[in-house]
Design a protein. Structure first.
Length: 262
């Protein structure tokens, strides 16, 4: 079996995904910001912009394109139609496909939203000595719907989605401090400890991503997640949308340090 070595350079990572490599982007181009993607018809763009403004922790907006544009200032020359490892296509709130490019679906009425991703603080956690179990285990991060509702915006509403990373108990405070300095990629955790407090019944059965095993002494730590807009799409049922597949992000050229507060 061929072992895929994640590219360290963001342009090389995007080129690999453009060529058809499909897999979670955690661990690719370490030190560079990764972004969630939501693409909606212009008629729904104001609702999405307002949803991000009202729910900045799960939906921290990094860039919004002009209608019809597949380019972003976060990675000049990149193509949002091809440069993610996997996409999701939504019709009336139902998942209609998971292609590796959306060239044939893009049209002049679409507005793309780039949203901060917690993969962007994984390098900072590692630099601080906090292990990242999903990278160690070669798995996509675990993501869960919660019983907390986001603040509605126009026609968009839905539950908060969180990502979970097991953290050794003695390093939880460090993980909180490190990620709190990066609010544009979800910031500090929304919860530490019992998953039941978020309405999560079983950590071994995530709603998105893979189950990630806790080591002895680990505590589950939950961060707001950029899959939250996908939950809103499912609840609010716009006629058409494109998103990233959970864990399959857009790798930008922007160093993580740009979004790190001192």
């Amino acid at each position: 079996m061929t072992t895929i070595v994640p590219a360290a350079d963001p342009a090389a990572a995007r080129a690999a995904f453009r060529a058809g490599l499909a897999g979670p982007s955690s661990g690719w181009a370490p030190g560079h910001t990764q972004a969630n993607l939501v693409v909606l018809p212009r008629e729904w763009a104001w609702d999405m912009l307002l949803f991000g403004q009202r729910n900045p922790q799960p939906v921290p907006l990094l860039d919004v394109t002009d209608a019809g544009s597949w380019e972003t200032a976060l990675a000049p020359g990149a193509d949002l139609r091809t440069d993610l490892p996997r996409y999701r296509v939504w019709r009336d709130g139902e998942l209609a496909g998971e292609p590796t490019d959306v060239n044939d679906l893009w049209h002049d009425d679409l507005v793309a939203f780039l949203i901060g991703c917690s993969f962007s603080f994984e390098t900072a956690l590692l630099d601080a000595g906090v292990p990242v179990r999903n990278i160690e285990q070669g798995r996509n991060v675990s993501m869960y719907r919660t019983d907390r509702q986001c603040r509605p915006a126009g026609r968009l509403s839905g539950p908060l989605v969180v990502s979970m990373r097991p953290v050794p108990g003695h390093l939880v405070a460090t993980a909180v401090q490190v990620t709190a300095r990066m609010p544009q990629v979800h910031g500090a955790p929304v919860h530490v400890g019992s998953p039941a407090a978020l309405g999560i019944a079983d950590l071994a059965r995530p709603d998105f991503g893979d189950p990630v095993e806790l080591a002895d002494g680990d505590v589950p730590v939950f961060w707001a997640c950029g899959v939250t807009p996908q939950a809103a799409l499912m609840a609010s049922r716009p006629p058409f949308a494109i998103t990233h597949a959970p864990g399959h992000m857009f790798v930008t050229d922007v160093p993580d340090a740009v979004y790190r507060q001192l």
